[in-house]
Design a protein. Structure first.
Length: 106
């Protein structure tokens, strides 16, 4: 699901979703789960007990260019150089003591 307009805020500047797509270039669609927020929170808590997590509905997966030494180091840990650009966060749990809907943050 896409909402329009989407803006990335950086200080006083903002970028629309179209501007972000222009910067990032061609992309492929990655399907997420078609569940409501409460189901997503419950699933994340079961899969990652006691860990921080964030539920999002607008995001871009970015494959990052990195020096070979970095790629090899990450590969040894079963990881790749990637970044998740979150455009719309719905819920954030920073620790077992603090969890809130993003729309409740002041």
């Amino acid at each position: 699901m896409r909402f329009s307009p989407i803006y990335l805020m950086v200080g006083e500047a903002s970028m629309s979703y179209a501007e972000i797509e222009h910067i990032l270039g061609p992309s492929a669609v990655m399907e997420g789960a078609d569940i409501d927020l409460e189901q997503a929170i419950h699933a994340a808590q079961e899969r990652f007990p006691g860990r921080s997590f964030c539920v999002v509905d607008e995001w871009e997966w970015l494959d990052v260019d990195a020096p070979e030494v970095v790629i090899q180091g990450l590969s040894g840990e079963g990881k790749k150089p990637v970044m998740l650009l979150v455009l719309n966060a719905l819920f954030e749990k920073k620790s077992s003591l603090s969890a809130q809907r993003v729309d409740q943050v002041q």
